[in-house]
Ligand binder design. Structure first.
Ligand code: PEP
Ligand code: MG
Length: 914
């Protein structure tokens, strides 16, 4: 049976003819580095010859318990002999040795996560050959000591500090400050010391192949053994802890494996005409079209990264007469690579005694701002199309751009972790109540509001705070939803914060730390991390480039197959958010949660409606509510003139508008303890009875949504009157074009919708007659319960549109409480691999299936209807794509700050369909 090919050659043969076997399309076979080395060799660029061992070989080795599979070592031996022939040199040759590098290279870039060994092939004999060839003993001994150091640490896990200590000691003895000032003799001495460190720290029990005649561990002299051990170590580094963590964080599969590139060494440390460097073909920080990077004369790759000496900017390379020729060649290669890859490239190179060698290239990572500028510039330069430009900017990057970030240069130590509820970074003094937040901000301080969980009463504090941190609640908790809506950073479910709001302190579990009001913390809401003290921030803003890119994204998303577009609306409850969302490109309001209009000084009014037993007090409260709601809608419809505004009837359980019964019970106890009797105490007790009477065991599954409208019909009567009369007045008196739509929440039974719709239409009819204007106000259903999805065809016969409340739908499809699950068990489920993603953040397959079924049932029975999604998933890039492609919805609606991200994600969805 023939063994599968697991080694691919790249670079030239001895006669200069290219013998490369791979190319850039073989990323998953050869890893990014191997595929691009092959591609560069094919382009005729100066690539040191070598070979790549495939990613699959790594997985085969790992899956068979770190055993080589049959035939693989033979292929590696053959490739090694072939490389020796091509180079005209042999590994370990005492006269003119070949040295090789052994580098990892996975299909996705995992910078610094896996291992590399350089200068492989040196031993006590071949170092003499290197001295003879280079006539540079210092260089040869330095290469040898580097090899022992790197090999011992990377391949056999010897503590790197042991070598660094020996190096420092040697510098002291020699009386020099820099490694580069050590003499050949010093370095030769170090080689002996390093070998002794090796002997003392490597166990022959674990590595019997390293035992010498005396039974001690000896540094391996045989290059074939060096090579095999180095390859094994690179394979093993695929599964090291940091690589596994990096993959988890970046959604890279553990099953891909890493390739290993064995390549002839070239030396940037062969004297003053040698150098090494890294460069980008454009500025990767801001996107400017300029060569960007650094080089270091007389150095090897790791010196650049270690920052031992100051590097020089790449723009200076040509200016140095020694490097003029290599610099010019490098610039022309920049051009070749950019036009070949049609993107910014990231390059590693070495100049060995004036000759340029290309060691690596890949499409360059860039900041969000650079990604946008480069995409636009490349369209203008005719390199890529607008579609490609839009496709190249990731929604995640865009999200970053729109919010402040921790300065990447800042050195941070994470104090606590929670859920990344609302992006952006915040720095401020801790306050524990909204009142304290308001007071502190009024006196010019910056605060972060730290709460167990927020409630509607906290709005004033949330509005002024730099950020919000809660120890409980998930990504659809009150704090998270409101913070995202306001564009305020938020981390929730920080369970190690044991908050005592009364004592104004927070204990950090697992530490002795107690933080008090006024102590400064910082947190990053995109990463869910909290840091003690003030971390410097970088701020971003909407730029002209971003506007251009989003305009292109709009062209794409609105021009779908069969004239079908993908629209983006906003969830906004007030004219300020509505205006902001318009500036971010929202087309309409997809969800106006009217309960947010009942807060602040209006809470008193709704409380008297809910709690009073006196009919006159209740109707006075309703009249007052009607007045303020009408004003609200007048300004909303004015701001959104000519655009749809979907207003949802009151949804939350009514107790959310009432005082906290626990606090009330405490004040009653205090009154009783102080011996107080009389009116106040009686009133407090009766209030507590009524609040308790409204309590439900499961309020989120209780008297809320459409059920409220059916049990308290005065509420929809009042709300619809406010909506309709605001629209009628604007139409008649101001000649405007208000376009309200009314949405009935939490419907599960068709007749719920039908009966409430009757009430709604009755009121609209009355208002039309009163104002003498014709109103066209569509009435839609919010689909957020599994039953509603199952009977969507029936409901559709009575509805003008469907909008999916995927927060409640996720809650009810899974039977997971949206207020508790994310803090309590979803992280454990993610850790155990029971769930791949948090379903309250990215739409789950089964929930999507529900949406998709309801859309097709609806379309069949009422083809004229439109379909949207207004749950939090409406702002999540992955979910947005799936809603459009897999569930056939027409729009998503999300909080204002997520609108640009949604526009871009919608365009990406459309591009995937083309
Ligand atoms: C939903 O359930 O998805 C929704 C948008 O409504 P709310 O979050 O207000 O319950
Ligand atoms: Mg809902």
């Amino acid at each position: 049976m023939e063994t599968e090919k697991c080694v691919y050659r790249f670079g030239a043969a001895a006669d200069g003819v290219d013998v490369t076997e791979g190319d850039a399309s073989m990323n998953f076979v050869l890893g990014g580095k191997g595929a691009n080395l092959a591609e560069m060799a094919r382009l005729g660029l100066p690539v040191p010859p070598g070979f790549t061992i495939t990613c699959k070989t790594c997985m085969g080795y790992a899956n068979s318990g770190n055993e080589w599979q049959q035939g693989v070592l033979d292929q590696i031996d053959a490739a090694t002999r072939d490389l020796e022939e091509r180079m005209g040199k042999r590994l370990g040759d005492p006269d003119d040795p070949l040295l090789v590098s052994v580098r990892s290279g996975a299909p996705f870039s995992m910078p610094g996560m896996m291992d590399t060994v350089l200068n492989l092939g040196l031993n006590d004999e071949s170092v003499q050959g290197l001295i003879r060839q280079t006539e540079n003993p210092r260089f040869a001994w330095d290469s040898y000591r580097r090899f022992i150091q790197m090999f011992s640490n990377v391949v056999l896990g010897v503590d790197a500090d042991l070598f660094e200590n020996a190096l420092s000691k040697r510098r002291l003895i020699a009386g020099v400050r820099q490694d580069s000032d050590l003499s050949a003799e010093d370095l030769c001495q170090l080689v002996s010391e390093f070998k002794a460190i090796f002997r003392d720290n490597v166990s022959v029990l674990l590595h019997p192949e390293l035992a010498d005649a005396a039974g001690d561990a000896a540094f391996p002299a045989d290059p074939a053994l060096q090579l095999r051990l180095a390859i094994q170590a690179v394979f093993g580094s695929w599964l090291n802890e940091r690589a596994c963590l990096y993959r988890k964080q970046n959604g890279i599969s553990d099953d891909l494996g890493t390739a290993v590139n064995v390549q002839a060494m070239v030396f940037g440390n062969k004297g003053e005409s040698s150098a090494t460097g890294v460069a980008f073909t454009r500025n990767a920080a801001d996107g400017t079209k300029e060569f960007y990077g650094d080089f270091l004369v007389n150095a090897q790759g790791e010196d650049v990264v270690a920052g031992i000496r100051n590097t020089e900017p790449i723009s200076q390379l040509k200016a140095n007469p020694t490097f003029k020729e290599a610099g010019e060649q490098l610039e022309s290669i920049f051009g070749i690579l950019e036009s070949h890859y049609r993107d910014i490239c990231d390059i590693e190179f070495t100049i060995e005694q004036g000759k340029l060698w290309m060691l690596q290239t890949r499409v360059g990572k860039r900041t969000a701002a650079a990604a946008i500028k480069i995409a636009i510039d490349m369209v203008e330069e005719g390199i890529i199309t607008r579609e490609e430009a839009v496709g190249r900017v990731s929604p995640k990057q865009l999200d970053q751009l729109l919010h402040p970030q921790f300065d990447p240069a800042a050195d941070i130590e994470v104090l606590a972790c929670g859920l990344n509820a609302s992006p952006g970074a915040a720095v401020g003094e801790i306050v524990f109540s909204s009142d304290d937040a308001v007071k502190a901000v009024a006196s010019g301080r910056r605060v972060v509001l730290v709460r167990w969980e927020t409630n509607p009463d906290d709005l004033k504090g949330m509005t002024v705070a730099e950020g919000i941190l809660t120890s409980h609640g998930g990504k659809t908790s009150h704090a998270a939803v409101i913070a995202r809506g306001m564009g305020t950073p938020c981390v929730c479910g920080v369970e190690s914060f044991q908050i005592d709001a009364k004592a104004k302190e927070v204990r950090i579990s697992g530490t002795d730390l107690v933080l008090h009001e006024g102590d400064v913390i910082s947190f990053d809401g995109a990463r869910g991390i909290v840091v003690l003290g003030a971390v410097p921030l970088t701020t971003a803003s909407l730029t002209k480039d971003l506007d251009t890119l989003l305009a292109w994204a709009d062209e794409i998303r609105l021009d779908g197959p069969d004239g079908r577009g993908f629209h983006v609306r906003v969830n906004a409850d007030n004219p300020k958010d509505a205006g902001l969302a318009l500036s971010f490109g929202a087309e309409a309001i997809g969800l106006c949660r009217t309960e947010h209009m009942f807060l602040g000084d209006r809470k008193q009014i709704i409380q008297s409606f809910i709690l009073s037993e006196d009919a006159a007090v209740r109707s006075a409260a309703l009249a007052q509510l009607l007045e303020v709601q009408t004003d609200d809608f007048l300004s909303m419809f004015r701001t959104m003139n000519g655009r749809d505004v979907v207003v949802r009837l009151l949804d939350p359980p009514l107790h959310e508008f009432l005082d906290d019964p626990r606090e009330l019970a405490v004040s009653i106890a205090r009154l009783e303890a102080s011996g107080a009797e009389g009116e106040r105490l009686l009133e407090a007790r009766s209030l507590l009875r009524r609040i308790d009477g409204m309590a439900e065991s499961n309020p989120m599954l209780g008297l809320r949504g459409v059920r409220l409208s059916l049990l308290y019909p005065e509420l929809p009567l009042m709300q619809v009157r406010a909506i309709a009369s605001a629209a009628a007045a604007l139409k008649r008196d101001e000649g405007l074009d208000p376009r309200p739509e009314i949405m009935v929440p939490l419907v599960s039974v068709t007749r719920e919708h039908v009966q409430v719709r009757d009430v709604i239409e009755g009121v609209i009819g009355q208002v039309e007659r009163e104002y003498g204007v014709k109103l066209e106000i569509p009435v839609g259903t919010m689909i957020e319960l599994p039953r509603a999805c199952l009977v969507a065809d029936q409901i559709a016969k009575h509805a003008d549109f469907f909008c999916f409340g995927t927060n409640d739908l996720t809650q009810t499809v899974f039977g997971f409480s949206r207020d508790d699950a994310e803090a309590k068990f979803i992280p454990v489920y993610l850790h155990k691999g029971i769930l791949d993603v948090n379903p309250f953040e990215t739409i789950d397959d089964a929930v999507l299936e529900m949406v998709s079924m309801a859309v097709s049932k609806g379309r069949e029975s009422n083809p004229a209807m439109s379909y949207g999604v207004c749950g939090e998933h409406g702002g999540d890039p992955l979910s947005i794509k799936r809603f459009f492609k897999d569930a056939n919805v027409d729009y998503v609606s999300c909080s204002p700050y997520r609108v640009p991200v949604a526009r871009l994600s919608a365009a990406h969805a459309m591009l995937e369909l083309r």
